[in-house]
Design a protein around this ligand. Structure first.
Ligand code: ZN
Length: 269
């Protein structure tokens, strides 16, 4: 694909601070980044925005909000408050969307946990609408159901999005999480007009660690060009974001990682 479509998620090269990530992307003609909140925290969102845009880059999205499942009313309220702050940060940063990692199944209650997630999203929706920030539900692979997200497929994210039924709620298609879905093509079509992000990495077996065992694009079994083409065909015009959370790649100097990311955008996406 063309590099003009590309973005880098800061978790791909977590050893870089914001200024270093920005200049590394500028050097490689990568036009956008998606920072995690901890990367912009030292600056504040408004100052971070200036660092990014003064360099000519764009913010693709902010990672992350969500984590709505919690055992007590007090802890659920705290999660809501944190999400409201994240929405404000996304607004000040100029991020079009806040990525939501929904929160794990808790207390052996999948249905109750999913209900908490819906309630949580509906609770922050008015604030997101006022801020002009989309809420992007990112389904995670089912191996993370007990640790990060009770929403485990694009089908389920679409169900949730449609149940809420508000235009500010969209979905992220992360190929690592949804590549295995038997009806992925249909679910991408179903999400048309509501896709708020496309994340890429690859599935390389064996998976050693549910969080940080992602492969580099082109090294695994995911049809990234095919999924990208399908997402484009239903009207998604945002960035293709490399999000390679990988202990193996984290041990490589970040400049080398970004060189490989850049070349794989061109040859494997
Ligand atoms: Zn992702």
């Amino acid at each position: 694909m063309d590099l003009s479509e590309s973005a880098v998620n800061s978790a791909t090269v977590p050893s870089l601070d914001l200024a270093a990530l920005v200049s590394a992307c500028v050097e490689r003609n990568i036009p956008a980044i998606s920072p995690w909140r901890d990367l912009i925290a030292p600056h504040g969102a408004a100052a971070a925005r200036r660092i990014i845009t003064d360099a000519g880059l764009t913010v693709a999205g902010l990672c992350r909000g969500g984590l709505f499942t919690a055992p007590t009313e007090q802890s659920r309220h705290a999660a809501i408050e944190d999400n409201l702050r994240a929405i404000d940060e996304a607004h000040d940063l100029g991020a079009p969307a806040l990525v939501l990692v929904s929160g794990p199944i808790i207390e052996r209650d999948p249905a109750g946990s999913r209900s908490m997630i819906r309630t949580g999203i509906e609770s922050i929706l008015p604030h997101a609408r006022a801020a002009g920030v989309a809420l992007a539900i990112e389904p995670l692979h089912p191996m993370m159901a007990a640790s990060r997200s009770a929403v485990t497929s694009l089908r389920e994210a679409n169900d949730l999005r449609e149940a809420i039924g508000e235009p500010e709620v969209g979905v992220v298609v992360d190929v690592y999480h949804v590549w295995w879905e038997h009806d992925l093509i249909d679910q991408i079509s179903r999400a048309a007009g509501h896709i708020a992000g496309l994340h890429v990495s690859d599935w390389v077996t064996p998976i050693h660690n549910e969080l940080s065992s992602r492969g580099m694009m082109g090294d695994g079994c995911i049809d990234i060009p095919g999924i990208r083409a399908r997402v484009r065909s239903v009207g998604y015009d945002g960035y293709v974001e490399a999000e390679v959370l990988s202990e193996a790649w984290w041990s490589v100097p970040p400049g080398e990682v970004l060189d490989v990311v850049r070349s794989r955008f061109i040859t494997a996406c």
